[in-house]
Design a protein. Sequence first.
Length: 394
Amino acid sequence: MAKQRIRRGVTRRTALASSAASLALAPLSITSFAKSAHERAEGTDSDSIDSLAALAAQKGLAFGASFAVHELDRPYGEQYADVYRRDVQLITSELCLKIPILRPDAHVLDFAPADRFFSFASENGLGVHGHTLIWDDYLPDWIKQLSGVEVDHLLNAHILTVLERYNGKAETWDVVNEPIAPWDKNPGNLRQGPFYAHLGEDYIGKAFHLAREFDPKAKLLLNEAQTESADENGATFRKSLLDLIKRQLDKGVPIDGIGLQCHLQSERPYDFPRFAAFVREIIDLGLDVQITELDVNDSAYPGSTTERDTRVANLYAQFLKEVLALPEVSALVLWQLSDRTSWMADPGLKNGLRKDKKPSRPLPYDRAFEKKPAWYAIADALRAMPARRPVRKT
Ligand code: G3I
C-alpha cells in the first residue's frame, strides 16, 4: 500500500515539476534571498548597518527566526512583519508545517496556514527553513491509535505530500526533530512515540531517504535540543546525538547537517567552549551545523528589567562568541524575534515561566517591538565573527 502510494507520488512529482504554475507560489532560490541581505550591507560600514541579516550576510552566515503566520492577524501584526523584513533573511515555520496543523484528523489536510507562510516568505524575498517533517511528539491523538502498517504508510505519505506541495521552496528541512529523549529509557536514548514504537530507529533513516527522493536539492537536517548545558543532561544529549549520527551515517542515511536548537536557560550551567568542541566533532564528521532555535529563558534571573535584559544579552554574547568562532556554522536562527510572540509568552503557560509572574524577556525585541540589549549583543557578535567557510566533506 505504502509503496504504491510512493510510485504514484513520483509520477505526480514529475508532473508537478513540469507545471510550476500548478502551485500558487513562486520558487525561491537561495541566491535570491542571500543577495537581498548582501545588497543592504554592500559598501556600508558594518557599524552603521541596522539589520542583523545584513550583518550576517557580510560574513556569509544565514540569519533567521521562527515565524508564526497567525501573529500577522494580531493588532501588532504589521510591526511583527516589519521586524522580519528588516532583520532576517530566512524564516522557520514555527507551527504551520507540523503534523497536528497539517493533519488535525485522519481525513483532513489543512495547508492554509502553510501556504500563507510560504507566501509571506516569497513576497518578502525570504528563504525558508521547513520545520518539521517528522517529530515523534506533539502528535494528534488519532495517530496514536494507528497500527504499524498505518504508521509506516503515514510516514511515507506525509513526507511525499508535503515535499510535493512545497517542492524546492525550502532551502533546508528539519527532516526529523528531537529524536533523543533519555527519560523514555529506550536503547540509544531514543524518543518514544508512534514512529519509534512501530518502526524502531529505522524511522529516522526512512524519513531522510524519502526527503532526499522527493526534494533532492534541499539540505536535510536532523534537529535536536538540550545539547548545550554543562550538566549531566547536556552530556547525555551530546553523547546520544553523536552516537545516533554515527550510526545513521554508517548506514548511508543522507543527513546533510545537524540543527542544534539552543534554547538557553538561565538556571542551567554552561561551558560554551566545551559546547563548541562538540559542534566541532559534528563538523568533523563532514556535516553542516546550524543553530536553529536560539533564545534565552530568563526565568531564573532576578531583579529589574534592566538587570534581566543585561544578563540575557550577556548570555547571548558568551554563547555566540564561542559558536560563531567556528566558521563552518552556516546559519543562526532565533526562536521568534520579540518577547511578545515567544513560545514563553504563550497563554497556555497560564502563570508564565517566572515565579514573580512577570512576562519572560527571552529575545532581542521587547513586547512593543523595541530593540533590547540582546539585539546589540547579537549584532556585535555578527560583526566580530570570522567569514563563513563550507564544511569539508569527509
Ligand atoms: O492553537 C491554540 C490557540 O488557539 C490558543 O489560543 C493558544 C493558547 O495557548 O494555544 C494554541 O496552540 C498552541 C500553539 O503553540 C500556539 O501558541 C499549542 O497548544 C502549543 O502546543 C504550541 O506550542 C508550540 C510547540 O512547539 C509545540 O508545537 C510552540 O508554539 C512552539 O514554539 C514550540 O516549538 C518547539 C519546536 O517546534 C521544537 N523545539 C522546541 C520549541 C519550543 O518548545
